[in-house]
Design a binder for this molecule. Structure first.
Ligand SMILES: [Ca+2]
Ligand SMILES: [Ca+2]
Length: 212
């Protein structure tokens, strides 16, 4: 029995997972609905996916260990993913199930195949994601396994009126689905605080859409 006035709304585990995934896929990314759809991995049978969070201001190319297969070009400051058949050697090493990739920040002045800064020897498991960002002086790129925080738009960007909370209206303006907002609003007061916001990303596997 639910007491909506005194306890937070309860969603089933699958509903909560779906709602939280929707947040990540549809709301917290800057860009157009088309870009949001592109960010959603859609593995077919026999496929696995790898994600990329491009936090640089430039295009990043993710390629296979051999360089002969380009998985993805991620636009500046977007989240995207690529999916490959599990039997594809250029995507996923069959020995240990990981894939060795390299990330290249394309040089706008000469966007040929391997210009610009490169991160090499990244070993990722299917379902993992890599975060590519600039170092402090903006001269080099750093590639690391992505954390949930890498996927979140800064709380301050959602809090439009800067009152310290994200209202339903503010969430709506960022395309957060109402069901996702409800799932995140743990105490049911109609406002997301920083703790509730952070908690949502702590328990969602972005690529799989399920809690960690
Ligand atoms: Ca606010
Ligand atoms: Ca709340």
């Amino acid at each position: 029995m639910r007491h909506a006035s005194s306890t937070p709304p309860v969603l089933s585990r699958p509903a909560r997972a779906a709602a939280l995934a929707a947040i990540l896929l549809a709301a917290l990314l800057p860009g157009t609905p088309r870009e949001a759809r592109a960010a959603q991995p859609s593995p077919q049978n026999g496929q696995v996916c790898i994600g990329i969070v491009n936090q640089t201001g430039q295009t990043v190319r993710i390629a296979s260990k051999t360089g002969s297969l380009t998985f993805l070009e991620a636009a500046p400051r977007t989240i995207d993913s690529f999916c490959c058949p599990t039997h594809e050697k250029l995507c996923f090493d069959k020995a240990d199930g990981t894939t060795k990739v390299k990330a290249v920040r394309l040089d706008p002045a000469s966007p040929d195949e391997w210009s610009g800064e490169t991160c090499r020897k990244l070993y990722l498991k299917p379902g993992a994601a890599v975060s590519v960002r600039l170092d402090l002086d903006g001269r080099h790129i750093i590639c690391e396994p992505a954390t949930p925080a890498d996927f979140a738009r800064p709380f301050e960007h959602l809090d439009l009126d800067k009152d310290g909370g994200v209202s339903a209206a503010e969430a709506g303006s960022a395309r957060i689905p109402p069901a996702a907002f409800t799932a995140m609003d743990a105490n049911g007061d109609g406002v997301l605080d920083t703790t509730e916001y952070k908690r949502a990303f702590d328990r969602v596997n972005v690529l799989k859409g399920v809690p960690f």
